[in-house]
Design a protein around this ligand. Sequence first.
Ligand code: ZN
Ligand code: ZN
Length: 641
Amino acid sequence: MTNGRRIEIRGTVQGVGFRPWVVRVARGFEIRGRVFNDSRGVVIEAFAKEAQLERFSKHLREDTCPGAVVLELRERRIEGVGPDGFSIDRSEAEGQKALSIPPDLATCDECERELSDSSNRRHRYAFTNCTQCGPRFTIAVDIPYDRAHTTMDAFEMCDACRREFQDVEDRRFHAQPNACPECGPALVLVSERGVPLEGDPIERTAALLCDGAIVGLKGLGGFHLACDATNAEAVRRLRARKRRDEKPFAVMVGSLEQAEREAELDQIERSELLSRERPIVLASRRVGGGVSSEVAPDTEILGVFLPYTPLHRLLLDEVNRPLVMTSGNVSNEPICKENDEALRRLEGIADVLLLHDRAIANRCDDSVVRVIDGVPTLLRRSRGFVPRPFRLSRPVAEPVLACGAHLKNAFCIAVDDTAYFGPHVGDLDTLAAFEFFEEAVEQMERIFEVAPRVVAHDLHPGYLSTRYAKQRAGVAHVGVQHHHAHIASLMAQHGCEGPVLGLAFDGTGFGADQESSWGGEFLLCFPYGFERLATFRPIRLPGGNVAMREVWRIAYALLYDAFEGEPPLGSLPLFDLVPAPSRSLVHQMLERDLNSPRAHGVGRYFDAFGAIGLGRPTSNYEGQVAIAWNTAARGAIGKCY
Ligand code: ZN
Ligand code: ZN
């Protein structure tokens, strides 16, 4: 006897080859019926004997299509006997909006094989992709996710590509960015003035990199600046041109074996490196690796990642050495995405630019992961993850836009029981960064067709994100205390209602008392509020922001406090490095309580201890002394404090 089931699947199931996969599975189990997209995901109507349906359903639950993320699978019985065979039905999908644009997916094994196969028509083609891999969010202009609504609309498929696109048995069936050397995007290498250079773009770029050049590289979600990571002089030059002080650069390596030569990796770090999201993985640097110490001065941590587009794969194979790959921008500005924008903004930084003619619709920086206590923790959630939905345990009553804070900004849009995170925006220090923020919010609202009714913002009135929130008219505004927001987001991540004792050890954040800045906070949190139980004893910052760079001032203030106005300077080498007039100026500031705001940030304790312990009077970027202090302490402590 034939039974029928309707199976509704929600999650990231569009644009990843889910329907053809279902067709193959269904045919394998001799199921009749159809599969189609609806506005929330994919629907299957399946007809067969009960035992077959059960096996089919089990397979869908346990062994899903690569690239798909199933958030929910619901089944119910339906009447009927079903059609002959099993097919993709497009009728119900027409006219409906697809809510789930998938994130960009790293090149799959089969496409990599084609790249290196000299008999394949996509041999060495830098824009090879299929239903399992390739650009997605970064090329999506609008919904539903189909070619006409991506920046691939500018390219008309050749006959061969169209045949693949229309053949349900082909692995490029409905691969929206499908392309080949005949019909798709092409690379061009140009001088810093935009003049095209002769020769094979990949080979020529690789040769220049090996000669120490700095290359602006148009990738998936924006431009990278690349140079030979084993060439100390090239790395120094990149750092100087990018005005990046001493902040570490990430390094792209050609293979897992090459990654192991540069970093000590455990099983979890290896699988993160190989994951489809291909994030930058922060791992312990291996002594004796080939990467220059200029790449990440002062720290034993090295950010490594593997190629995630055919372009990166071809380039890394050609240079056969690790490459620095850092966001293509001047410090504190967003990553470049347009060709002419890159030529303008990277002038004086890049010696040459490797460009292509596929436009980037949405900027997306590389994501960053660190494995902490065996758990992969996302430090920056961007390419490969955005705009994958996150399921909330408690639905929101009305659509919410949360604007985020000032540093390392990221925003979030929540509708019903789903949260969508925007890409990493970065520090909202510059007009360019703020424009990126506005553009990204507008784009996410459009592609998810959400009109927020509630706009949440940081309590700090001066943040550009707060000002943006307050300018949005016709919505309810909700101010959220900075550290409470950190803890509340963890509660949401773990589906936890509280009460929770949350410890937020953070930089500064505007206090709920409206007058002091908070930092290391112990908050008792409920779903809708919190109680401040404790904080760190504040440290004064003589000279305000100057003390963030001249960390010896923070050390001085801490000692002044601990020794009641008589810091034992003579016994600490740190203060030999500070001119006597500067020391007495700071002493007077503390004595008279002039220009010495109080900070609660735990980071200031690390700054102070690091300065004293390491004898380092200055810090070139936020966290530098703390990182060095952490490195110095590593492995040396076997007991609890
Ligand atoms: Zn592929
Ligand atoms: Zn083609």
